[in-house]
Design a protein around this ligand. Structure first.
Ligand code: COA
Length: 394
């Protein structure tokens, strides 16, 4: 039985900063941000968006009543959790109107969480072929103002329905993985921004890729010529390219051209959204699938997932007949084009606005946020979420 990705939804907030303007404000040559890092725009989350709302907004665009009836497992990958105890998946479960007969959990391992969710979902479907699993990867990437990681921030979520007989990508066996206890990137519980050893994280990302790619080759006998394209976890769009380049001499000129051309396509959305941590690999997959003009059903796509700390995984999938019909490129184009540019000063003001952390109540301006699902405030230590579609009187 084939199991894999049946639907993919995506959401990013309505505000962004232009990276050329951010570079100038930080006394950097714009070429460094635009070419050296490879980012053109960076999504900025208003105070009314958090990991829960981003994920719910991403899922809303894909779920039908039939999906809601069949989903019995929600797996929420995030490193921007809103509660140490309660799973973000439970808020999303209510906001989406899912049935009560559902398991709902949160999974954490830096940017790897959604891949863990996808693989757990495959196991669940193998045991329960009639059911569907909702896998979410949702994050707000924060390094801090005037830090070297600032250029690699962003915000957004990817939602995937995983099922038997998937319409988009059937995941193949085997999958290979690697774990090492390293401190390349982490966020202590007292900090709202990440700590990072940037150069070390780049080195480890690449060495983990080489490790899992070698394992995969040995287990399958496949070479680069068996892949139409490879999608990478994309903290910034230059990162995957650096890893890909280290293995390109394993193939011929045609192979190199093909993989590099598809890599360009696979960064289309990421370069104008920024880093969305757990969702970044799947946003890259979505970019490739929605923006390519020459990848046919039956093609094998490789996927490299990396979560600092660190866990890496390489796996592959086969594109399914009619996969384009299961995608929504026009909708995503429209969402990205409708965004509003804000100045660097406005971005800094949003970045430094935080929710009260002393337990006091707050009401947030949800009418300033066009998103359907928003964080409306905090009352009695409880986050108040609103789905505007369900409001009495709109
Ligand atoms: N035009 C074009 N390229 C330029 C440039 C210019 N004017 N100026 C610099 N560059 C290039 C550099 O040569 C370098 O390219 P390379 O990486 O291919 O060698 C790139 O821009 C970045 O410059 P660098 O000086 O290395 O940047 P940095 O020290 O400010 O840090 C990161 C870059 C990625 C380490 C930093 O943004 C970071 O810590 N990010 C968060 C961690 C992360 O994303 N890790 C990834 C693995 S999870």
């Amino acid at each position: 039985m084939q199991i894999g990705i049946d639907k993919i939804g995506f959401y990013t907030p309505h505000l962004y900063v232009d990276m050329e303007k951010l570079a100038l404000a930080r006394n950097e040559d714009p070429g460094k941000f635009l070419i050296g890092i490879g980012q053109e725009k960076m999504a900025v989350a208003p105070v009314t968006q958090d990991a829960v709302t981003l994920a719910a907004n991403a899922a809303l665009e894909i779920l039908t009543d039939e999906d809601k009836e069949k989903i019995d497992f929600v797996i929420f990958g995030t490193e921007s959790g809103v509660d140490h105890s309660k799973a973000a998946a439970i808020y999303v479960h209510r906001l989406l109107g899912l049935k009560p007969e559902v398991r709902a959990v949160e999974v954490k391992e830096a940017c790897f969480g959604a891949t863990a969710g996808l693989q757990m979902a495959r196991g669940h479907i193998a045991l329960h072929p009639e059911s569907k699993v909702l896998v979410l990867g949702s994050d707000i990437s924060r390094y801090g103002l005037n830090t070297s990681g600032e250029v690699t921030q962003g915000a957004g979520a990817v939602a995937m329905v995983v099922s038997a007989h998937p319409k988009i990508l059937a995941i193949e066996e085997p999958s290979v993985y690697h774990t090492e206890d390293i401190m390349d990137f982490w966020r202590p519980v007292y900090s709202d921004s990440a700590y990072v050893d940037g150069k070390f994280s780049n080195e480890k990302y690449i060495s983990f890729f080489q490790n899992v790619w070698k394992q995969y080759r040995e287990k399958t006998g496949f070479t680069l010529s068996d892949f139409k394209a490879i999608c990478f976890h994309m903290p910034y769009t230059k990162m995957g390219l650096k890893a890909l380049r280290t293995v390109l001499d394993e193939t011929d000129e045609d192979g190199r051209e093909r993989l590099l051309a598809h890599y360009e396509t696979s960064k289309s959305y990421n370069k104008i959204v920024g880093n969305i941590y757990t969702g970044a690999l799947y946003l890259s997959l979505l970019s490739l699938l929605e923006q390519n003009t020459n990848i046919e059903a039956g093609a094998r796509i490789g996927l490299y997932s990396y979560g600092s700390g660190a866990v890496g995984e390489f796996f592959s999938g086969i594109l399914q007949p009619g996969y384009r019909k299961a995608l929504q490129p026009a909708r995503h184009q429209q969402m990205l084009e409708a965004r509003k540019e804000i100045s660097v000063a406005e971005y800094e003001a949003i970045f430094t606005t935080s929710l009260p952390n002393d337990g006091s109540a707050v009401t947030l301006p949800v009418n300033e946020d066009p998103a359907t699902v928003c964080l409306a405030g905090i009352e009695g230590h409880k986050r108040q979420y609103v789905n505007k579609n369900n409001r009495v009187g709109g």
